[in-house]
Design a protein around this ligand. Structure first.
Ligand code: NCD
Ligand code: ZN
Length: 478
């Protein structure tokens, strides 16, 4: 049988899907996987990569990163952020809109598309900002190519104003028919602002005061309210950075009612706890806060049973100076994570907490499905983009902030021992990292994935009562 020849053969590795681990070769041509199988089933190839003893995973899809471009080049930009992604085995990132200016108009989004296309080493999607003042921009933002929308229910870095519940309902009504998913920073502003003011008044400046200002009820109230509005309107939502055991109840209940709601957690909520505040001080300050240790096990269980769908990082880089101020209220929230997620999670897989198949479900297959990119992305299979990370589960490393690709060289992972590292990363068939070194000419190789996104048809509810519908009725009557 005559077969077309491939550009690259990845030979002898163990190919991981959510269902199985199979010893198989992978043939790649023109950026696409054309065959997965045994030696005899492989075409000729120009180049061969020996992956014996290694695991061949779909590249991770991190649906929650802040690359700060444009606006905060001292913290990160699209080049440094996507270099960090490549190092972390992450082949697609979705960037958040809290930049300067925020990605809340078609013009701002277009400018960001130009920046990302020029600098990105890996593929990307851009969120549009859904706020009180951007509802009217939704159609133009969709036309300009968003991967989804981001709505801040609570204040966090960038001080994006939080919409009222009334504006939120209208925002959901407007996005629902577009079929796009709305990712939510689900913390209720009025609760935490009140508590923070009281704590400040009482002279609390210590790191744990941050946690005290944002108890889990802040998130539980927000998740519950968002789920009700999603159910009413039929809007699809995604709960970002789930940090507490208590949020799982409204999430489970909404899923059981058939609401199109998904959720993510991040390594810091399942691997760090309030016991780490003394050691890391401001470095650990993040929204929502890292919580009491008792939350960890329920979050792991929620990943295992599918209540939480995926792992993201909330990669939120800041400078060391911005992270080490003595007054906790002046410390910028967040820390980088796009580069350390995979080694941290593979370490837990190595320790037997879950299987490698579970990992690719959380890191690649589920994010691709939830955002309409599957099976083009998120799986190593014929016809899919050759977005691949080749990992060595036996390779160990001590994470050192100074060695990170990110411009932000300060994390609570510093000094942590990991076992299981991405060795090579390919984006659409091209090496962006090889033998743990960034390839020099891959800047600008990354592409926006909005063009290949296929969300299922929208399922709008209560359309006759939306703000648009009732105002139109009034116009007809006049
Ligand atoms: C994020 C940031 O720095 O942009 N910070 C954070 O603490 N998580 C914003 C966010 O996701 O809330
Ligand atoms: Zn957030």
């Amino acid at each position: 049988m005559q077969m077309t020849s491939a550009d690259l053969l990845i030979c002898g590795g163990k190919v991981v899907t959510p269902q199985s681990v199979v010893e198989a070769n992978v043939a790649i041509k023109d950026g696409t996987i054309i065959a997965v199988g045994s030696d005899g089933a492989m075409p000729q190839a120009r180049e061969t990569l020996d992956a014996s003893g290694l695991y061949v995973l779909p590249g991770a899809i991190d649906v929650h990163v802040h690359f700060r471009d444009p606006g905060y080049p001292h913290k990160e930009d699209f080049a440094s952020g996507t270099a960090a992604a490549a190092f972390g085995g992450v082949t697609t990132v979705f960037d958040m809109p809290n930049t300067i200016p925020p990605a809340g108009t078609a013009e701002a989004l277009a400018a960001k598309h130009r920046i990302a296309a020029e600098k990105a080493h890996v593929d990307f999607g851009l969120y549009g900002l859904l706020g009180e003042d951007t509802i009217a921009h939704v159609p133009a933002l969709v036309a300009a190519g968003v991967i989804g929308f981001k709505l801040y229910m609570g204040n966090t870095f960038g001080r994006i104003p939080c919409p009222s519940t009334g504006a939120m309902l209208e925002a959901f009504e407007v996005v629902a028919p577009t079929g796009k998913r709305i990712s939510l920073h689900a913390e209720t502003n009025s609760i935490m602002e009140r508590r923070e003011a009281r704590l400040r008044g009482a002279g609390r400046l210590d790191p744990l005061a941050h946690l005290a200002s944002r108890p889990a009820v802040v998130a539980v109230e927000a998740v519950s309210r968002a789920a009700l509005l999603a159910e009413w309107t039929g809007a699809r939502i995604h709960i970002l950075h789930i940090s507490s055991a208590e949020e799982l109840r409204p999430l489970r209940e909404a899923k059981a009612r058939g609401v199109d709601i998904t959720g993510e957690t991040c390594p810091h909520y399942i691997m760090l706890s309030s016991e780490d505040y003394a050691r890391f001080a401001g470095t650990i300050r993040v929204n929502p806060p890292v919580r009491e240790k008792r939350n960890q096990e329920p979050l792991w269980q929620a990943l295992a049973d599918g209540t939480i769908d995926l792992i993201a990082t909330d990669h939120a880089p800041h400078s060391p100076e911005e992270k080490t101020r003595n007054d906790i209220w002046t410390v910028d929230c967040g820390f980088p994570g796009v580069e350390t997620q995979m080694p941290l999670m593979l370490t837990e897989a190595n320790a037997g907490r879950f299987g490698i198949c579970d990992y690719v479900r959380w890191s690649a297959a589920n994010p691709a499905r939830i955002f309409g990119l599957y099976p083009r992305k998120g799986v190593v299979a014929p016809g899919s983009d050759a977005d691949i990370t080749v990992v060595d589960l036996a390779r160990e490393l001590t994470i050192e902030d100074a060695a990170l690709q990110s411009r932000s060289k300060i994390t609570p992972w510093n000094g942590r021992r990991v076992k299981g590292l991405p060795i090579h990363t390919l984006v659409r068939g091209r090496f962006v990292m090889r033998n743990r070194a960034l390839l020099p000419h891959t800047r600008g190789w990354g592409r926006s994935v909005h063009a290949i996104q296929k969300m299922p048809p929208a399922r709008v509810r209560n359309a006759d009562g939306t703000m648009q519908a009732i105002v139109r009725l009034r116009e007809h009557a006049a």
